[in-house]
Design a protein around this ligand. Sequence first.
Ligand code: MIG
Length: 905
Amino acid sequence: MLSEILLPTFNHVYDTGVAIPRCVTRNKLTRMGRRTLLKSTAALFGVGGVLASASRPARADHYDSKIHYEPQLDNENLAQLSVQSHKILGDGVKLDFGDHDGYVRLFADDFARVSVTEPGQAEYESPGVANGLDEWDAPTFGAESTSERIVLETESITVDISKDPFGVKFLDADGNVVNEDYLDKGTSGYEGDKPYVYKKTDENEAFYGFGEQPDMGFNQRGEKLENWNTDQYGYGPDSDYVYSSVPFFVGLKDTGAYGIFFDDPYHSVFHMADESDDYYYFLADGGQLTYYFAYGPEVSTVLDRYTDLTGKIDLPPKWGIGLHQSKWEYTAQEIVDTAETYREKEIPLDAMHFDIDYMGGEYNAFTWDPDYYDALQTLNADLPELHSVAVNDPGVGKTTEVNGEPYETYLEGTENDYWVKDADGDTFTAEVWPPEAVWPDFSREEVRSWYASQHDALFDAGIDGVKNDMGEPAVFQKNEKYDWTMPHDNIHGVGEDTIRHEAYHNLYGLDYARAAYEAFEQYKPEKRPFLLNRNLFAGGQRYAAIWTGDNVSSWEHLRLSIPMMLNLSVSGMPFVGCDIGGFVNRPSPELFARWMQAGAFNPYCRNHTDSHRKDELNGPRNQHPWTFGEEVEAISKQYIELRYRLLPYLYNAFKTASETGKPVQQPLMFQFQDDEQTVDIDDQFMFGDDMLVAPVLEKGATTREVYLPEDEQWADFWTDAVHEGGQTITVDAPLDRVPLFVKMDSIIPMREIQQYTGEKPLTMLTLDTYLDEEVSYSFYEDDGETRAHENGAYNVTEFTVSTNPGGVVTFEREHEEQNYDDSELSSYLLKLNRSEAPQKVQAAAAKYTAVDDAETVTETSETYTHSEEQNAVLVHIPADEDNAVRLFFNGQGRGPQGQGKGRGH
Ligand code: MIG
């Protein structure tokens, strides 16, 4: 019974072996009142009066298994479409199937869309699409038809359409079939209301993407994947779906890569050769059959096209990619204390999160609990550089007053009739964090703008960023078709434009993000937004970063986080992170250290954990770097510092992501798709283009196997040893070491450690250089926080370092763009790794001075030294040096070691 929902039960035992208690009924809690409960809970757990904030216990439903409804096809009843007539259009062809229409549109010479519609119906473009058909210029193409086929041909692809049965085949310019309908069961079309497509596959084809999937494997061949946004507390590899939906995937086979985006927000299911090695298929519970096909053959081209369609990320503010610290049910004082402890311990930190505890009354969005409001003022006064992020929930408390004041959000929304309706057309009311809540109908533009305008309550208080939670939307109730959300027959929209919840469900979070994004445009137009969403649809990357929700502090989840983030990255969402340390339960010291080491390389880097309720049962009260003893603290600090040292490199990777959709955290197959060994690797990744990270994911491990992709040489970041690619090596990985490699011929731009991203201007850029033959790097710089870069206020400097005959290494820099006037970058510290001492260094005829130690080089322009310890040459080059700088080595060709292919260490 709904009214007797229980607290967490012992049925959920995580691999820490600790069960979560089920003891008190919800009814009893309500009767007891929250404050009483807090006291008694605190007494029970022996934590004294520390739980000062309002708190309602985690709900049983969170832990319960949910109904699993899954749309399925009746295979006996598939469509048999055939083309009866057709008409060539300016950008493709219109097909007449009699009872349906069809369109194949060419968006670009390597990008097409296939739709099957009701007769006369327009082709569907979901709100996930940022740049629809109108934004593209049709490519030049040739069209031919015979009685059997219609063939459209662009410079890159041929679309070969068979008329009877209707089937679509994509070929590359050499005539190889890249992708083709599987026609043995019928044609693509509709089974009842369900659109579907069957495609041929062969055994060697791999599949990636599919948005947020809680699967241990990265390659999804052989898997069934579903998309239905669901609040899945403590999800695991057996969960059917989690918080976000991206019905897009990349197929990789001998002809290269291609992508398919099934633009249908209904509950969708992808059967990726799970039933047969000959075919895969995808379907949805309703909606229109519309999918996009992007031809590679490079994975990067596919992602670029897909994000041309659905949008790229905004370049984040720098503080958004520093470390964030968070916890549900910090007391107000703990938020301040935690931030201050970071500073005392000199562990870099950019942002503190205010979880829902800050809200006034019973979790009323856009109101404040006075204690938390005061804490924010204290933080902003004492640590003005620190940023703050407020967690928001879409459920608006059905109450006319909060803190004795009129609750404007509820009152205005009600007056304007902005809430989602139930099947009868009445305002839908249910429990979420507020005991009775209503939900803004984000499908309506005026509701989004109004909702955006509510954010002054956060921004005026001094909040900088927003984390949108619970937008699946999560609702604390069971239903007929799907649990823990709205009933599927709720209604969104007004007038002619109404749709049922099940048609809109997967878009709710996207439009929630869109509304919050608009809040930044309304109130902080100059600044870049920082918005983090749990719940998105395809295209959500253009509004928000994403984190993978309520993971668990377990080794399994540390391992799981990597393929989850990689597949999100391949789904157009490169600004991704997981709760470092795990959300549910508490990690062991070893697990925390390993997670911090891996998490320092997450594109979005946040330590976050669950409420105090489970502390006393499952481990320490908090999950801070210093919670687990000195050793773990030192390790955490070391890796957080490394992230901050790598900030110029990381920020540049974000810049590229914002331009091309390229992942910041890349699966190995992204750059090395021709190396078959990489296709299944799900426990390693590239951090940016040049660093390979192989986190330790096993309890007790002190070594780890690392696969190094072929046709490259790889330098061990810690030892400088160079290894040939195309082999698996075993490396030492004591607790303080994450295996880390740098591709030879790369420059990693780095800087000094800061306590937060804007602490010190960038005056000296270290160019950590791993030279084999020649390397170039384009370094991007801007103010890191405003939108001025969108109007050109940025600099791009290209560095080239090359080896030349006669033992000369040449450094050159070229200013490619110089429109950011506030740059204070005045020198480069060239660090040429794996090098012996040069005889001399000079720029044109001007000789640089040899000095004894690294410190003097750092301080003095036009000097250099050789460091035995670092096995590197350091050269201090002024930024206005227009001449090439040459390093002359003794004799013939005795420059950096590792020069020339195949020289090991
Ligand atoms: O129902 O705001 O995923 O990050 O701390 C749980 C409290 C609500 C779930 C989020 C988590 C957040 C928590 N929220």
